[in-house]
Design a protein around this ligand. Structure first.
Ligand SMILES: Nc1nc2c(c(=O)[nH]1)N[C@H]1C(S)=C(S)[C@@H](COP(=O)(O)O)O[C@H]1N2
Ligand SMILES: [Mo]
Length: 452
């Protein structure tokens, strides 16, 4: 939503008091409590075929708005013959469509890249599988009357940026907008959308990364030229290929993130744990983009031999496939278990990471190391945290807009921390030349780079 300085200020003051991080959520990893970013732990992949809303990840760049349905309208403007302002009731009277689709954040797995990069350190669970219901975007656009020359469709939501951060506005090409599977959803898993997930209306763009699934939708604009806002021209861009790890790439040389990657996650066994010599089930989920998953193969010997896993019975084109592989380890040893999905287009997952500067589209074959032993596991020794004095200026400067989780989970070098502090300065943090060194020093000592 376009915001005045006044509404920004009003929100600043209110947000701390009105937000509860994990309201309506169960057992989530907090990546940021405010703005709200919650990751589903591995067990969520196995709980049921559809991810329960209370286990579904949340990714919000701005504070969560509290939209009142009675006051809400969807505006449709731009290259249309008549501007529309639709109420929720009017939308619900239009033909209803339902579909099951995976929603995954482009940054899922960012925390697993080496070398590391700044950004939320998601591991596996910024993804979920839900049943969405609403209206076709194409039906809404046709109702407004399409004019010639449309190239893309812009989505704006009711959320307001934090500090000087640019507004979250995303566009999709016209062809994707007219796809009958692209919908404006008012329901998730049979109930109205919750606040976290975009009440009262959000975009559902099956097969495409979550960033274009705009929440709290208030305005749709049909455009005849490309929009050049921050989240299109700088954010959510990918080189389109892997680059040498650690290389910087100019955003102008990159393309917007669109389709998801083929991917699978082993959810039944955590990496590095000990397991007994008994029969076990290797389980998880696999998904792809517009082309559905057709097979998942498992290796229990680090990739020398592969055997097919059993796939669940559901056949939704955009939904994920849960998989199961029965395995009995033959002897006490260290095993590396791998899962590799294949889709109808014949694509499969890479065996080495495909690094890119913002850490999007992580889909390297998931490897889980298991120490199979008959005896009980040894207790883990606690690691002593490094004691560093916290300068008062840190809390005043860095915890004004968001919680500490997003800071403490970074794995950055001193130079990367310096760039991060400069970015925060541009977004409104009051960093003075005198305290910049103190902050960078502290951040680097307290939250240093560490391997995963
Ligand atoms: N208005 C708005 N829509 C948004 C976002 C946002 O910050 N603001 N985040 C996007 C991103 S990056 C993702 S991955 C998905 C996450 O959807 P979820 O929170 O329902 O899981 O919402 C998208 N829609
Ligand atoms: Mo995302």
């Amino acid at each position: 939503m376009q915001n005045s300085l006044l509404s920004r200020r009003a929100l600043f003051g209110l947000a701390g008091a009105t937000l509860i991080a994990a309201e309506g959520k169960r057992n989530m990893i907090v990546r940021s409590s405010r703005a709200e970013d919650l990751e589903m732990p591995l067990d969520g992949f196995l709980e049921s075929y559809l991810t329960p809303v209370e286990r579904f990840f949340v990714r919000s760049h701005h504070y969560t708005p509290d939209v009142k349905a009675a006051e809400w309208k969807l505006q449709v403007d731009g290259k249309v013959s008549s501007t529309l302002a639709l109420t929720l009731d009017e939308l619900k009277k239009m033909p209803r469509v339902e579909l099951v689709s995976v929603l995954e954040c482009a940054g899922n797995g960012r925390g697993l890249y080496e070398p590391s990069m700044p950004g939320l350190q998601w591991t596996y669970g910024s993804v979920g599988n839900a049943r969405w219901a609403g209206v076709r975007l194409a039906d809404v656009l046709k109702r407004a009357g399409l004019q010639a020359g449309a190239v893309e469709v812009l989505f704006d939501g009711a959320d307001v940026p934090v500090g000087m951060q640019p507004e979250f506005i995303r566009c999709i090409p016209f062809a994707k907008a007219m796809d009958p599977n692209t919908i404006l959803a008012y329901e998730m898993n049979g109930a109205p959308l919750t606040r976290d997930h975009g009440f009262p209306l959000r975009v559902v763009a099956p097969g495409w990364a979550g960033d274009c699934w705009v929440k709290w939708l208030t305005r749709i604009e049909v455009r005849d030229k490309e929009f050049d806002g921050f989240f299109m021209k700088t954010g959510y861009r990918h080189p389109g290929k892997a680059v040498a790890p650690g290389t910087a790439v100019d955003p102008a040389q990159m393309k917007p993130v669109t389709s998801l990657q083929i991917k699978s996650v082993i959810a039944s066994h955590a990496d590095g744990v000990r397991a007994g010599l008994a029969a076990t089930k290797i389980r998880g989920a696999a998904w792809s983009h517009e082309s559905p998953v057709t097979a998942v193969e498992i290796s229990t010997d680090g990739g020398r031999r592969w055997a097919p896993a059993r796939l669940g019975p559901e056949t939704h084109r955009f939904g994920w496939k849960q998989f199961t592989f029965d395995w009995t380890p033959k002897e006490e040893a260290y095993y590396t278990i791998l899962a590799r999905a294949r889709n109808a287009a014949g694509e499969t997952q890479p065996l080495v990471q495909e690094w890119n500067p913002s850490g999007y589209g992580h889909n390297v074959v998931h490897a889980v190391r298991l120490h199979v032993a008959a005896s009980a596991p040894a207790p883990k020794s606690a690691q002593a945290a490094q004691a560093v004095d916290t300068p008062a200026v840190y809390k005043q400067t860095c915890l004004a807009c968001h919680g500490e989780e997003g800071i403490s989970q970074q794995r950055l070098s001193r130079a990367q921390w310096e760039r991060e502090v400069e970015k925060m300065q541009r977004w409104g943090a009051r960093v003075t030349p005198e305290n910049k060194e103190t902050l960078v020093d502290y951040l680097h000592k307290r939250f240093p780079y560490r391997a995963r």
